[in-house]
Write a protein that binds this ligand. Sequence first.
Ligand code: PMP
Length: 293
Amino acid sequence: RRSDTLLLWFDGELAAADVMQAPLSTHALHYGTGVFEGIRSYATREGAAVFRLPEHLERMRKGAELLGLRFDAALATEATVQTLRANGHRDAYIRPLSWFGTGATGPSFGLDVSPLTQHFMVTTVAQRVHLSGERTRLTVSPWRRNPATALPPLKLCGGYVNSILAKREARSRGFDEALFVDEEGFVVECTGANVFMVRNGQVTAVEHRDALPGITRDTLIALSGAQSRQVTHHELLDADEVFVCGTAAEAAPISTLDRREFGDNPVTRELAALYARVVRGEEPGRSAWLTVV
Ligand code: PMP
């Protein structure tokens, strides 16, 4: 890395992050018409490696297709690798974003996105800290999750307003994180993470049609042989261990769910440690999940 300026990828080339700007008429700013991903790279013996990059980009492609945004996975891969290399980042959080800009001839505030410009960026943030090991205090949210029938569980920018409302509300009552539960009492997910429980040694991944199909969730199912099924709020209160997982959170043990306190979490700790080895390329059988930069 040659200078101290952070570089990002914008519409086909690397640029200095601090000089880049978007017009105030940007459609995505007004209506949330964009799609993003949250991906991580880790320092491995082979250098920086991105964890499950194709799967993240495939989920982004689905969101882009739904919105009518062009998406080129090969280009997004190239942009990701180039941005990491240009910044010399190894342990990093990677944020690709694709969005609608303005009308080709000036501002366009209509809801028809077809005449709008389209943009694609990738920015990377050096990140060493991970939340594994920290214990999270969770509370059931009074808010409902966006139902999949109204807004599919993909990483659409506007959909995150729902998560932000729940996060704000949980924090206002002194908790770290909110748990979405549906009208029938089934657990959906957290604001930015999926939910697992452990009972009598059996690991269960919470399944719900309104929850984001998490890549960390999929990874932890593969590593633990967990069953995936619907889980009620009451079952969660009755579990021995509860943990949440996501790209940023990795596998984070829950210390309390409202007034229920969880004790030691040996299964979560073991699984989190295995996950940490897998993402760093220390588990030989799992190197296919890594894209070396
Ligand atoms: N649910 C939501 C709402 C999220 O934003 C995230 C983070 N992307 C997750 C679950 C976990 O998904 P992943 O493991 O793919 O990061």
